[in-house]
Design a protein around this ligand. Structure first.
Ligand code: MOS
Length: 729
């Protein structure tokens, strides 16, 4: 274990003491306060909107609606297509496309006056019939033009039907919402024609691009700050209409405008995990060899934007099976556009696949892990490539031992602890390990500090800590002397934080830039009088001192070297990206979640007695932050399995439980014992550190593990998440 592998979270103190500045907290002289008023119907047109009372209310500076808005130039340029990335054009016209769609922006000189004025706005509508229920609209399903990969066949189409043993089942997952603690929030202002945003985004560069498109300004003119995030889970992967509204307001008043969504708006205006219906077909020999696998998904999207995700992806490669078919369709509904939510489609898909695998194992009277081992994929049959590394078997073993799998009986309901039925279940997870081009600047200062700069931001997994650990490891600079500058435009361009790709992308760039920086230092040192005549290859850099490998008395320290050259610092900026060699391999992370549940069959109560999450994520850069992510992801999966569902009153197309009292998420008391285990073996291909992705695979496979454990305890198969007590009594 290296000395940096367990450093504390470098931004932990700032975050827990409140000194970390979130978007809406920036001290901005002259800032004014805005909020959005939402429609009270799910579909139709605004017949009249009365803003007079609000406009006359004390302190009100502007009320903006479709009737008086200065439409951003990008609205005209937008293509008349539903391609993802063209969000709702706020205040474009009188149409209402979903419940709580913003219909007015109210800006006042104080927060209280803004709220009061907003309460005075009244609208009348021409209502149209809305459609918010996927099950009733499934006949409207469509295949997206740009979807090249989801209609997939290997071997015989729907070959599962020819299996000696056949299983067909349908699974549903409801809409779930991200709802990070930090609300969606922005301070927007303009410097002439240049937009400046302090906003909650997972991608500084992505936000710049979207805003540039809407307002018709060069990308380089858009300034974005998103330095600290209080969670996001995927909701920050889109630039949302509220951000555009704040910019429109700031432009009109030529003043900074602060806009914070209220909690109810977090359920309606910034995306969600889409309601999805899945059909599985599995065929196997009597001995348990899979002969066919079909996975179909139908998911909701909005009426104006086609959102797709990787729901059926995992089924194409995770098991060794000759005949595989996958299909994916979407149905436009009258809601806001969905967005990736942690583990995204893969987590949704794993619920169907890993539940069906459990059902098939039961049919075959096989232990679920034995059944999976019989169908272990030695290579990726979808891409026909070898795995870069795969320690899935180690995850199975590690979890079986920790959870006490040997106590499991194949026959449901056969283990008891007092009045409680005991069940054991597991689910496999996987997620692609991506590496995106990333630029990082590394700089030694004369005072011995190392500065690392990248525009990437950190929604919580510990990106700054990872950068610090890698920078410290390579340069030998103590972690406390590494200064991270990130999360704003103007820094070397980093990727969006998403798809579990940040460590592989940014970590590799830190690695490469730090090595180049050392080379540059050695080059400079070789010309210093104290090292004159020594070849660069015979020099070494350690703890801030450059010395001869052969004669350690010949040395110069970095500070003296910089002073001698009249330099305040020495720096390199470099862009790193994936290698051609890596393209020859299939690079995935793997996880297996194990749970032990106790079920009271009379009360329907489910207790999570023990949860173990095991993962092969290549090298673990930092045990603390990685384990933190794994615990958190697993808890997200537990919410998905047992609690989370956004309930819609379809008569009105609006949510019922749009608050934290009614929308349940797990808390500490819900999980009696939780463990995390990493195989921690370096991937030889993925990147210089040998890491693979972590964030998503921390969740993928958890919900089915719970469903499978509940079945093992009770004999009741719940195919419709979440597994609430009404479904098992
Ligand atoms: Mo993640 S769902 O890519 O934020």
């Amino acid at each position: 274990m290296s000395k940096t592998s367990n450093i504390n979270r470098v931004d932990g103190f700032a975050k827990v003491t409140g000194s970390a500045t979130y978007s809406a907290e920036y001290k901005t002289p002259g800032v004014v306060y805005a909020c959005l008023v939402g429609s009270t119907i799910a579909k139709g047109r605004i017949k009249t909107i009365d803003t007079k009372k609000a406009e006359w209310a004390p302190g009100v500076l502007a009320v903006i609606t479709h009737l008086n808005v200065d439409k951003p130039v990008g609205y005209q340029k937008a293509k008349d297509k539903h391609n993802f990335g063209q969000p709702l054009q706020i205040f474009k016209d009188d149409s209402v496309l979903y419940y709580d769609q913003p219909i007015a922006l109210v800006i006042a000189d104080t927060f209280e006056r803004m709220q009061y004025a907003a309460s005075l706005i009244k609208a009348n509508y021409l209502k149209e019939e809305h459609s918010t229920e996927l099950k009733k609209a499934a006949d409207k399903e469509k295949k997206v033009e740009t979807d090249k990969g989801n209609d997939y066949h290997r071997g015989e189409h729907d070959g599962y039907k020819n299996g000696q043993v056949v299983l067909e089942a349908e699974y549903t997952i409801p809409t779930e919402v991200h709802n990070p603690m930090e609300l969606a929030n922005i301070i927007a202002k303009w410097d002439g024609n240049k937009p400046i945003l302090y906003t909650k985004s997972q991608g500084v560069e992505g936000t710049r691009k979207s805003v540039a498109g809407v307002f018709g300004v060069p990308i380089e003119d858009v300034e974005v700050h998103s330095e600290y995030l209080g969670g996001a889970f995927g909701m920050g992967l889109h630039t949302w209409p509220y951000e555009i509204a704040a910019l429109i307001g700031a432009k009109k008043l030529n003043r900074p405008v602060k806009l914070v969504l209220h909690r109810e708006q977090m359920f309606t205006n910034v995306g969600f995990r889409p309601y999805t219906i899945q059909k599985m077909g599995l065929g196997a020999t009597k001995e348990g060899k899979l002969t066919g696998l079909t996975h179909e998904a139908v998911a909701m999207t909005s009426s104006y934007e086609d959102f797709m995700e990787g729901t059926v992806n995992m089924s194409r490669f995770i098991y060794d099976c000759a005949n595989v078919s996958t299909r994916y369709r979407i149905v436009p509904l009258d809601t806001c556009t969905p967005i990736w939510m942690r583990g995204p489609g893969e987590a949704t898909g794993s619920f169907a696949l890993e539940s069906a695998m459990d059902e098939m194992a039961h049919k075959l009277n096989l232990d679920p892990i034995e059944f999976r081992k019989l169908n272990y994929a030695e290579k990726d049959l979808e891409q026909n490539k070898p795995w870069s590394s795969k320690y899935l078997l180690e995850c199975y073993e590690g979890g079986m031992e920790r959870i006490g799998w040997k106590n499991r009986k194949n026959k449901p309901g056969s283990v008891k602890e007092g009045d409680w039925l005991v069940g054991y279940g597991m689910g496999t997870g996987t997620f692609g390990s991506y590496r995106n081009p990333t630029a990082v600047k590394a700089k030694f200062l004369a005072d011995g500090n190392l500065v690392l700069q990248c525009s990437v931001n950190d929604m919580g997994p510990g990106t700054a800590t990872m950068m610090t650990a890698i920078g410290a490891e390579i340069t030998g600079v103590p972690a406390e002397n590494v200064i991270i500058e990130m999360g704003k435009s103007g820094l070397p361009k980093g990727p969006t934080q998403g798809g579990s790709a940040t460590t592989s992308s940014v970590g590799s760039a830190v690695h490469d830039s730090c090595n180049l920086l050392i080379s540059k230092v050695l080059g400079l040192a070789s010309e210093n009088p104290s090292l004159k005549g020594i070849a660069i290859t015979d020099l070494t850099f350690s703890n801030g001192v450059i010395s001869s490998k052969k004669d350690s008395s010949k040395k110069v320290d970095l500070t003296s070297l910089l002073t001698a050259n009249k330099l305040e610092g020495i720096e390199v900026e470099n862009q790193s990206k994936g290698t051609e060699e890596a393209k020859k391999y299939s690079i995935y992370s793997f996880s297996v979640h194990f749970v032990k549940v106790l079920v009271n069959p009379n009360l329907g109560k489910i207790r999570l007695a023990h949860v173990v999450s095991c993962a092969d994520i290549g090298t673990v850069i930092n045990q603390k932050t990685s384990a933190g992510q794994m615990y958190g992801g697993a808890v997200g999966g537990i919410g998905m399995g047992l609690m989370e569902a956004l309930e819609i009153d379809h008569r009105f197309g609006r949510p019922i439980n749009n608050n934290f009292a009614d929308y349940h998420v797990p808390v500490n008391a819900d999980i009696e014992k939780q463990e995390v285990f990493f195989v921690n073996k370096k991937d030889p291909i993925s990147n210089p550190m040998g890491t693979k992705g972590l964030g998503e695979t921390a969740l993928v496979g958890m919900a089915p593990a719970i469903a499978n454990a509940v079945f093992n305890a009770t004999g009741k198969r719940v195919r419709d998440l979440p597994i609430t007590l009404d479904k098992i009594i």
